[in-house]
Ligand binder design. Structure first.
Ligand code: AMP
Ligand code: ZN
Ligand code: ZN
Length: 404
């Protein structure tokens, strides 16, 4: 997108040279629009043609990669991006889990997804709303529940059938609302290229086509934003929750081939990460069987790597099994075809994600080192001049992307 230096300077001078009233200062507050493209692997821009993202990196910033939090699954990571907390602290420890007091949580269960009791921490839209900034979410995990009693000013029930073009039009129309009711923070979501990545893997022709289509949509969106009279005050971020690893049928582990079903009280998760709770009398047996299975690791709360930050929640079951890179892991492998998955150790670059951004708060033509996604909440709070809640992230590693 084109943001002229003169234009930016003019906006800066205008805002710097007078003392606005409180209400006026809200209207003059910066804008931040964050699009998540699910499963957009960090190196798709090296493998495929992504001229629009490349041009955002040229006029703005890009991270070498965005490091997901463990487990590198969709809901845990979107909610980490929103709160700056590791899943063990924000409570969305997997896409599917059970809270001993509240019950089952899963993506397809509307009642669960809309129950605020599942969500700990403070998402950035709640921070913003509480500090007088209007916000909008178009399908961000967590945004359908009144967390701490607060909804985004605009939010929608998840409906995967709404076209991306329609979502672009809605977000664009929100940015044209009268300034008093216009959202200053917008978080929105595309479910590709995750879906095609699962079906066909990150290196497939259809994945290339999907990635290139998404890049064109990014171009269409930036072009529209550039038409707005206040384009120079809008920061745009394009990111993803995790990447995608290639898996093949010959590298697949089914735990049920090693463990008796009646040794195990509960099982949660799915390829390539399964957590389970053995019945008390089988604790040692299950541990020793799991420890002997090749091409995967099993962790208890005592042996969990510190870098996973994945012990401090009673929603995490006793044993967490994670496949090695490029391996698939299931309880029962019934209908597995070659394709892709994610959920692996965040140090595996296959699951690294993207971060691109441009706008008045961000440097021009700057490539940062990889940074963890817990740092995004502090970054977003700084861009929006918000007093941040306490998080697991810090500005230290990401502030190099900011101007000044
Ligand atoms: P996964 O690849 O299993 O980690 O999850 C990706 C899937 O999550 C997407 O294909 C969507 O179907 C689903 N999903 C993403 N956002 C939402 C949402 N806000 N509500 C319900 N399901 C969602
Ligand atoms: Zn995802
Ligand atoms: Zn996925």
């Amino acid at each position: 997108m084109k943001v002229t230096v003169l234009g930016l300077l003019a906006v800066w001078l205008l805002t710097a040279c007078h003392t606005p009233t409180k209400e006026k200062s809200k209207e003059n507050a910066p804008y931040l629009v964050v699009l998540s493209m699910d499963g957009f692997r960090w190196d798709y821009s090296n493998m495929y043609n992504t001229p629009n993202l490349d041009s955002i990196a040229r006029v703005g910033v890009k991270a070498k990669s965005l490091i997901p939090s463990f487990p590198s699954k969709t809901f845990p990571n979107h909610y980490t991006i929103a709160t700056g907390l590791y899943p063990e602290h924000h409570g969305i420890v997997l896409n599917t889990f059970t809270d001993p007091a509240i019950g089952d949580y899963k993506l397809s269960d509307r009642k669960a997804v809309q129950n605020p009791d599942f969500y700990l921490g403070e998402p950035i839209w709640v921070t913003a709303e509480n500090q007088g900034l209007r916000t909008a979410c178009y399908y961000w995990p967590g945004s359908e529940a009144p967390i701490k009693g607060v909804y985004p000013s605009i939010w929608k029930k998840y409906d995967a059938t709404v076209t991306y073009e329609n979502r672009i039009d809605s977000v664009f129309s929100w940015l044209q609302l009268p300034s008093g009711i216009r959202p200053h923070l917008i978080l929105w979501y595309f479910d590709e290229p995750d879906h095609i990545g699962h079906l066909e893997g990150p290196f497939a022709k259809d994945t290339k086509t999907t990635v290139e289509r998404l890049d064109s949509l990014v171009g269409v969106f930036c072009h529209k934003i550039n038409q707005l009279p206040n384009a120079d005050s809008i920061n745009l971020v394009f990111l993803s929750d995790h990447g995608m690893g290639q898996i093949t049928k010959d590298k697949s582990i089914a735990l049920a081939e090693y463990l008796h079903e009646d040794w195990v009280e509960s099982i949660r998760g799915g390829n390539p990460l399964v957590m389970l709770k053995p019945f008390e009398q089988y604790t040692d047996t299950v541990w020793s069987v799991l420890s002997s299975i090749p091409h995967m690791k099993v962790y208890s709360k005592e042996t969990m790597p510190d870098s996973f930050h994945y012990t401090e929640s009673n929603r995490i079951l006793d044993y967490v099994c994670v496949a090695d890179s490029a391996y698939a892991l299931f309880w029962k492998n019934t209908h597995f075809v070659n394709g892709g998955t994610h959920g692996y150790d965040p140090s595996d670059t296959d699951v690294h994600a993207i971060f691109y951004g441009s706008g008045p708060a961000l440097k021009e033509g700057y490539v940062s080192e990889s940074f963890p996604n817990v740092d995004l909440y502090p970054l977003f709070a700084r861009i929006l001049n918000l007093e941040p809640a306490e998080t697991d992230g810090s500005l230290a590693e990401v502030e190099s992307v900011l101007k000044n």
